[in-house]
Design a protein around this ligand. Structure first.
Ligand code: SF4
Length: 445
């Protein structure tokens, strides 16, 4: 990764402008609509597609403080009784789904606690939530339970409860180890809280510990970034996930930039890619291997587990989303829950599914979605797509693959398409070239 800047016409503009680059789904959310919501009810009433894994996504939208780069809808002002009310609503929502033909008696393959900050809620609320959701969706067959944590919200007893409910993959939102950078970016935790919880995590023996970092937080320099990677290596987690900071609409930073204030000074894309390349190289030297554009994992040891949630979603699994503003997918239909606190609670309270918008995908859109998401691993095999969709992706996407090849960002060997390290570092900026023309240039909200 010594030269992360190939000469290519595909290069994006270098400054970090306001707008989303990260591709999490397809087609873009701005094409989802309320008029498609009845289609979710239709597929709920039908048996599931054969051999489709089912995941459960539990959304905990609370945080101690709002990070200045965060664009999620999070609540920093809810008290214990409001949290209890919310947990009750999520349980009711689960019960509403439990009798539907697409879900009834269907085993859950994986569970993901996301947010927000799942570790924000108390032990009592966590246990209440899990016990009651499990009454309708038992987890006895799950391959993975993943749980996102913010270091400052963890205590030893909370970690014990997290372990007790079956969490296998603990993801610690470290983002950085430098207190000045954490403070500047509005993070709630400080580095001493990271070190306070690490021995407990080790003692409790979670199957997998992932550490999240962000390359390019405001205030980042080469020295601070090298320091962050050194400290990550000292911790030696099973997995390290690194996102490059972007400025989606609706963050504190983006709003100040759009208001014409001086705004935050965010490194340009070239610098962020160099930082990411450096991290991947250092981790690679210390026994990690590339699992995706963002994630490095310790080289496989006997009994090591993959990241089931990510891989299942990238391969078209169904995902039942519980909680305000959560995103899900069922039998070819994308959908999202209501994103306001009161509308969500009211809908569930009245016994209605709190779905606000949906999108019915075509087979070609599902093919495109799975292909672009899997390209984030850095390679694609043509055969699985041929088998699942009856399509040769090399022919269907001949034009964008050809452009990537000509730019030196992709190599093709028999049925194997592999991004160069440079291509992998900028994969999100490459993916829109695979979109249907009507979705190109769409805003990702
Ligand atoms: S902890 Fe995560 S979800 Fe909460 S405000 Fe920060 S970035 Fe957003």
């Amino acid at each position: 990764m010594s030269n992360p800047e190939p000469a290519t016409s595909l290069l994006d503009s270098q400054a970090t402008e306001v707008g989303s680059v990260f591709v999490s789904n397809y087609p873009p959310y701005s094409f989802w609509s309320e008029t498609a919501v009845p289609e979710v009810h239709r597929v709920l009433g039908e048996p599931p597609r054969p051999n489709t894994p089912l995941g459960l996504y539990l959304h905990i939208p609370f945080c101690r403080k709002r990070c200045k780069f965060c664009y999620f809808r999070v609540y920093t002002d809810k008290n214990a009784s409001q949290v209890e009310e919310y947990i009750g609503a999520v349980v009711r929502e689960a019960r509403l789904y439990a009798e539907q033909a697409a879900l009834s008696q269907r085993p859950v393959n994986f569970v993901y606690f996301g947010g927000g900050t799942p570790s924000f809620i108390s032990v009592k609320h966590l246990k209440q939530l899990v016990e009651q959701v499990q009454e309708v969706f038992p987890w006895d067959q799950v391959e993975e339970v993943a749980f996102e944590c913010e270091p400052g919200t963890l205590t030893r007893s909370k970690l014990e409860a997290i372990k007790e409910i079956g969490v296998t993959r603990l993801s610690l939102g470290v983002e950085h180890f430098d207190d000045e950078i954490l403070r500047e970016n509005g993070r709630a935790h400080v580095s001493k809280e990271i070190y306070r919880v690490l021995p407990w995590i080790t003692d409790l023996g979670f199957d997998q510990l992932n550490i999240d970092l962000i390359a390019g937080l405001v205030g980042e320099t080469w020295d601070s970034w090298r320091g962050a990677i050194d400290k990550t290596l000292e911790v030696s987690p099973d997995s390290v996930t690194i996102y490059q900071l972007e400025l989606p609409y609706n963050t504190v930073y983006s709003k100040s930039k759009l208001a014409g204030d001086e705004g935050p000074s965010v490194a340009d894309w070239q610098t962020k890619r160099q930082w990411q390349a450096y991290a991947m190289e250092r981790l690679g030297e210390e026994g990690y291997e590339v699992s995706s554009a963002y994630t490095m994992v310790k080289k496989k040891q006997a009994g090591s587990r993959p990241f089931v949630y990510r891989d299942a979603l990238w391969q078209g699994a169904d995902l039942l989303p519980l909680g305000v503003s959560s995103f899900g997918h069922l039998s070819g239909v994308h959908f999202q829950n209501l994103s306001g606190w009161t509308p969500y609670l009211n809908a569930v309270g009245e016994g209605e599914l709190p779905i606000s918008r949906a999108f019915v995908t075509t087979a070609d859109e599902r093919l495109t979605r799975e292909m672009i998401l899997q390209l984030k691993r850095g390679y694609l095999l043509a055969a699985p797509f041929q088998e699942k969709f009856g399509v040769d992706i090399r022919e269907r996407f001949a034009e964008p693959f050809g452009a990537l090849r000509e730019s030196g960002l992709l190599k093709e060997e028999q049925d194997h398409l592999r991004l160069s390290p440079e291509g992998l570092l900028r994969v999100d900026q490459l993916l829109p070239a695979f979109y249907d023309v009507k979705y190109q240039g769409a805003r990702y909200t």
